[in-house]
Design a protein around this ligand. Sequence first.
Ligand code: GLP
Length: 240
Amino acid sequence: MQVKIFEDHPELSATVAREIQELVQAKPNTILCMASGETPRLTCQLLVQMIRSGKTDISQLHFIGLDEWVGIEPGNSGSCHYFFQHELITPLGLREDQVHLFDGMSTDLQAECKKMDETIDRLGGIDLIVAGIGMNGHIGFNEPGISPDLYSHVAQLDETTLTVGQKYFDSPTRLQEGITLGLKHLLNARKAILIANGKKKAEVIRSAVRETVSNHLPATIMQTHSNGFIMVDKEAASLL
Ligand code: GLP
């Protein structure tokens, strides 16, 4: 794993967006997985601009959403679905068959997990995963204590995630579970980039980079990825 430090969030976002665009140019049938959230929003917006202005062929691209809140409607602006729809799917004009998102409203969440795992297998595996990091060190909804051997699964969300997660919603929202790709997907991805910005992420980034690999802080697993990168701005790197 390598750590890359950027001047600020815009520089970090532009670099990641460019990397995604270059990958899609080199491999038009790229399987791209991304997290939603505050951190990757600018990356998505810059990627849309780059793809449009570069006239990049995205007709064979497949997009996979990293995670979703269970029980939250796709039309709720706090859902991951809403984020992907508004930041990537609609602006890029991705077809339905190119997009693979968890349905957090499904009455059979195990079937949703199975469908996602099978889709990833059928497509030949994830080329690039761009993940964020939660304040408790989670990746997706791989919460502290999670097994690194899991593929897609339903997670009980821990207190930090439930509290911090309220920031995505317009009004107080009852959250309990998440549905997410597993750490095994992260490790199997041909390339994994974890991004973080801002002072508030400095402590958890220090732990992810410096502490012994342990499922108590799921993001430490990045240290074991042979093609893994932690890309952060100066503020998030300030305790390294
Ligand atoms: C959320 C999501 C993650 C996301 C992380 C950080 O709860 N489950 O996929 O990467 O927390 O989010 P943010 O970028 O908003 O800080």
